[in-house]
Every structure is written in structure tokens, then in C-alpha cells.
Design a protein around this ligand. Structure first.
Ligand SMILES: NC(=O)c1ccc[n+]([C@@H]2O[C@H](COP(=O)([O-])OP(=O)(O)OC[C@H]3O[C@@H](n4cnc5c(N)ncnc54)[C@H](OP(=O)(O)O)[C@@H]3O)[C@@H](O)[C@H]2O)c1
Length: 250
């Protein structure tokens, strides 16, 4: 068990990639605190799996777009556990449209959910009473560095997120925090349903992926466990692609 006695907090942790990370971290011995927002049924179904595996867990419903909600969530964690050792920023919001069609309120919602939440949760994590260093992981995507059709505001928010990870790594390294970003290739979760050209996107990805398969949530979770564990103790401030070679080809 690589993460025994660790306290892990995962935003958007009840379905998709977040669910796989929550389960993997819990199976490695951590107590996992799973944030979700709307899909209670996904949380309930996941709870059955955690129970069946004898995992230690807690669900906290709340909107991480909102600073007051983060205050409430972090206060609950601090009161019950005293610290967060592992923070995974996984929740995402965004609209898939070109820059010309983006309404300012959606940009603000995207930045608040995808980036500002990391700022606030990191500040809370590092000032909890039993804070003793730890690992921060942010889920990013290639669209933060390259142009993907209609990915305008999500990509821009991911660019800011990657930069923030580097600044967190630099500032909190002396306090024992490592911060890294994971950049998965296309992973077939419900998020893909927002892309009108989903089938084409999957086909193009497969054609251009040297390893010939899509990245799975479990692939991402394996990397997350590694980045939380001591086996990665000298890795910080990095953006790590996990995409079967897709980002290097073409
Ligand atoms: N799928 C891909 O191909 C891919 C590729 C590269 C990077 N990524 C990144 O990987 C991460 C996970 O992606 P995914 O595909 O698993 O996403 P997903 O299936 O759409 O799940 C998104 C999660 O975020 C939660 N969420 C959204 N807004 C929230 C808010 N305001 N407060 C709290 N939770 C909120 C949702 O909770 P509810 O269900 O309760 O609403 C859900 O659990 C994202 O950061 C994404 O950008 C994904």
C-alpha cells in the first residue's frame, strides 16, 4: 500500500477520470474525500464499489466554482481530518465553441472552476492545522498548449492551470509540496459527449496514436498514484503527457 494513512481530496471524483483516480488512491490505502456536484446517482453507485472494496472514503457535495463553497468543503475536511496530503484537481467546466461565440460569463465560470479553485484549495490545504507537505495533481489537456478546434476557453484555462502548477511547485516545494499536471490523451468519458464530432475525434486520435489505443481512466489513475507516492519524490512542476504517443505525432 503506497498511500497508507494519506488523506486525499479529489474534485469531481465520482465519475470519469476522477472516479478512477479516487478508487486507485483508496485502494493504495488513502482515505479518499470525493467531491461531486450534480450527479448524485454516480456518487451513490461509486459508493457501493468503494464499500465492496473496503475503502475508507467520504463524499462531499459542493460547487468548487464558488469560493464560499470551497471554504465550506475545506473547513469540513480540516475539522474531521486536520489536513490534506493529496489534492487532485480533476473537476472541469467549459463550453465547446470558437472564441467569437464565447459569452464572458462562461469564460468566468470556466476559469473559476478549472483554475481559481486550485488557487483557493492550495491556500487552504497549506494552512490546515496538521499540514505536512503532500502532492498536488491537476488534470490538464493538450489543448492548453496546442489549438484544438472549439476548445478555446477550456484550452486557455488549462494553460493557466499548468502555469499555476509550476508556481505552486516553486513556492511550496520548501514546505514539502510537489505539484504536477497530468495531460491525458482522449479518454472516452461523458465529457466527450459535448464534442459534436466525437466519433471523428476518436478515429483521428486512434490513427495518430503510435500505441494504437485510447488512454483509459485507469491509465491516468496509475500515473496519479505514482505522482502521489514517494516513487516520484523528485518530480515537481511538470506537465506529464499520458496519451500513447499521440502528442508527439503529427
Ligand atoms: N476525457 C478526456 O478526454 C480528457 C482529456 C484530457 C484531459 N481531461 C481532463 O480530465 C479531467 C476529468 O475529465 P473527465 O473526462 O473525467 O470529465 P467528466 O466525465 O466530464 O467529469 C467531470 C467531473 O467534474 C465534476 N464537476 C464539474 N463541475 C464541477 C463543479 N463546479 N464542482 C464540483 N465538481 C464539478 C463533475 O461532477 P458531477 O458529475 O457531480 O456533476 C464530474 O465528476 C478534466 O479536468 C478534463 O479536462 C479529460
Amino acid at each position: 500500500m503506497q498511500l497508507k494513512d494519506k488523506i486525499a481530496f479529489i474534485t469531481g471524483g465520482s465519475r470519469g477520470i476522477g472516479r478512477a483516480i479516487s478508487l486507485a488512491v483508496a485502494l493504495e490505502g488513502a482515505t479518499v474525500i470525493i467531491n461531486y456536484l450534480r450527479k448524485k446517482s454516480a456518487a451513490e453507485e461509486f459508493e457501493e464499489e468503494l464499500k465492496a472494496n473496503g475503502c475508507s472514503y467520504k463524499f462531499i457535495k459542493g460547487n468548487i466554482e464558488d469560493e464560499a463553497e470551497i471554504d465550506r468543503i475545506c473547513a469540513e475536511i480540516s475539522d474531521e481530518f486536520g489536513r490534506i496530503d493529496i489534492f487532485v484537481s480533476n473537476a472541469v467546466f467549459g463550453v465547446v465553441k470558437p472564441v467569437s461565440e464565447i459569452k464572458r460569463k462562461f469564460w468566468e465560470k470556466t476559469v473559476n472552476t478549472n483554475v481559481s479553485s486550485v488557487l483557493t484549495i492550495t491556500q487552504k490545504m497549506t494552512s490546515m492545522p496538521d499540514f505536512n507537505g503532500g502532492s498536488i495533481i491537476a488534470l490538464t489537456s493538450l489543448g492548453g498548449r496546442r489549438v484544438i478546434k472549439d476548445y478555446s476557453i477550456i484550452g486557455s484555462s488549462k494553460a493557466a492551470l499548468e502555469s499555476m502548477v509550476r508556481y505552486i511547485a516553486a513556492e511550496f516545494g520548501p514546505a514539502g509540496i510537489r505539484a504536477n499536471a497530468i495531460s491525458p490523451g482522449v479518454v472516452d468519458t461523458e465529457a466527450l459527449d459535448f464534442f459534436p464530432d466525437k466519433d471523428d475525434m476518436i478515429k483521428t486520435t486512434l490513427d495518430r496514436t503510435p500505441l494504437g489505443k485510447l488512454t483509459t481512466p485507469e491509465d491516468v489513475a496509475d500515473l496519479a498514484v505514482f505522482l502521489c507516492s514517494d516513487k516520484s519524490k523528485m518530480i515537481t512542476g511538470e506537465v506529464i503527457n499520458i496519451d500513447g504517443g499521440y502528442s508527439n505525432s503529427g
